[in-house]
Design a protein around this ligand. Structure first.
Ligand code: ZN
Length: 341
């Protein structure tokens, strides 16, 4: 995180903004908007708004919870089945890439019906999103709709994901603090950048599994930060965040002994992935490193994308820790990984 964002981070949230082809300007938080006073909201049919359906039920453990919602879907898109189809597709996308694909029996996935007044996505209806991002009202709206999921035992450890009914590029994920598993991810239904591109699917996995669930950092350099380096204060903060389970996919040092992915550096079984130190992550163009040149935390467009092996281990470890309450060792991960890739 660049120092520009620290006051916000310390007070409220860990922040990730993901944009794919142009610089991203965070729109959150923003100035309160005036409540409309001269319009009467249309009556929303109760059979759609707040409707809950479980799309996936864990068969191992109590289940790690993911709750999906949509914004910009007016009532006719609920009535004709579009909303449900979008939620089903999102669920399938989220679990389409390893290691979550082979461990989806550890997850509960629900969706909640959210009827928007229209599909304008001007920040005034449903989850109060705009075309690519939330507004200051969005998290409260999500928490309110989440109360419809009566079987949700631990909302504070749930990953919420809002599918924004827009074709624009974007995607963003917030964590309220470094002491919670809870996350709020937002992802538009991105129009592919190439005829065979799967930008939406990759962005959804990046946001929900990469950031929301596994608490990983972006592995690309934010535009405008190509020359920035982490300060000594930020180095100490990264160590603390990693102790709390965040940002374990980056390092501010090329020290092979302390590197989070040190086992992979000398493991010949992973030589084809060319694991090492590749400079440039998040808000640091210099002096900060990721483990592979290209991976799903680095790029979310193209035909086929995957998490790097060190990132797969971060995801695998978190799933096992939270679903079985034990910490797997390195060789357990490698055996799983080789059998599922
Ligand atoms: Zn990201």
């Amino acid at each position: 995180m660049n120092i520009k964002f620290w006051p916000f981070v310390i007070l409220t949230a860990a922040f990730c903004a993901c944009m794919y082809s142009k610089p991203y300007t965070p729109e959150f938080p923003e100035a309160p908007e005036k409540e409309p006073t001269d319009t009467v909201p249309p009556v929303v049919p109760v059979e759609y708004d707040g409707l809950v359906e479980q799309l996936m039920k864990a068969s191992v453990g109590k289940g790690l919870d993911i709750v999906l919602m949509g914004d910009g879907f007016p009532v006719e898109l609920h009535a004709d089945g579009t909303y449900r189809s979008v939620m089903e597709q999102a669920c399938n996308h989220i679990f389409s890439i390893e290691p979550a694909a082979s461990l989806k029996d550890r997850f509960n996935v629900y969706y909640v019906g959210v009827v928007s007044q229209n599909s304008n996505l001007d920040g005034t209806s449903g989850i109060f999103c705009k075309k690519t991002s939330p507004t200051y009202k969005s998290e409260k709206a999500i928490d309110t709709y989440a109360k419809n999921v009566t079987s949700l035992e631990h909302a504070d450890s749930t990953v919420f994901c809002v599918i924004i009914n827009s074709k624009e590029s974007g995607g963003i994920c917030y964590h309220q603090s470094y002491n919670t598993q809870k996350a709020y991810a937002y992802c538009p239904r991105i129009k592919p950048s190439t005829p065979t591109g799967q930008d939406y699917r990759f962005a959804l996995v990046h946001e929900v599994i990469g950031h929301g669930f596994a608490k990983m950092s972006d592995e690309y350099v934010m535009s405008g930060y190509e020359s920035t380096t982490p300060s000594s204060k930020e180095r100490k903060q990264l160590t603390e965040h990693q102790r709390l389970g965040y940002d374990r996919n980056i390092t501010f040092s090329k020290d092979t002994a302390s590197c989070p992915w040190k086992e992979f550096l000398t493991d010949e079984r992973y030589v084809s992935e060319k694991i090492g130190f590749y400079e440039g992550v998040g808000y640091y163009g210099k002096g900060a490193y990721r483990s592979t040149k290209t991976n799903l935390m680095n790029v979310t467009w193209g035909k086929e994308m995957a998490f790097s092996a060190p990132d797969r281990k971060i995801i695998y470890d978190r799933i096992i820790v939270r679903s079985e309450n034990r910490k797997p060792d390195y060789e357990e991960f490698v055996e799983f990984d080789i059998n599922h890739n």
